[in-house]
Design a protein around this ligand. Structure first.
Ligand SMILES: [Zn+2]
Length: 91
């Protein structure tokens, strides 16, 4: 790899059996980290964490379900409606 810059030419301080991983700086990688969605579905993925939690996934997100629904986080839609009402009252 010619011309990739000096970052790649510097030798790694501690090289493990896997040439792409430097033991001293990389966290443990889990190939079977369990992701749990708020809808209840679970699947595994690769992560430095062993377990993750998420609010939406490909099972429940409207894009994948085809359902017309607004994913509201933290009452943003309600806040917008209140502001719109206020603006309409002023006009
Ligand atoms: Zn989900």
């Amino acid at each position: 790899m010619a011309g990739v810059g000096r970052w790649f030419r510097r030798p790694a301080p501690v090289v493990s059996s896997d040439p792409l991983r430097m033991k001293a700086i990389h966290p443990d990688y889990h190939h079977d980290a369990v992701v749990t969605c708020s809808c209840g579905s679970q699947f595994t993925t690769g992560s430095t964490l062993t377990a993750l939690r998420t609010e939406v996934c490909s099972v429940c997100h409207p894009f994948f379900t085809g359902e017309q629904r607004i994913v509201d986080t933290g009452g943003q839609v309600e806040r917008f409606r209140r502001r719109a009402e206020k603006a309409a009252a002023r006009a």
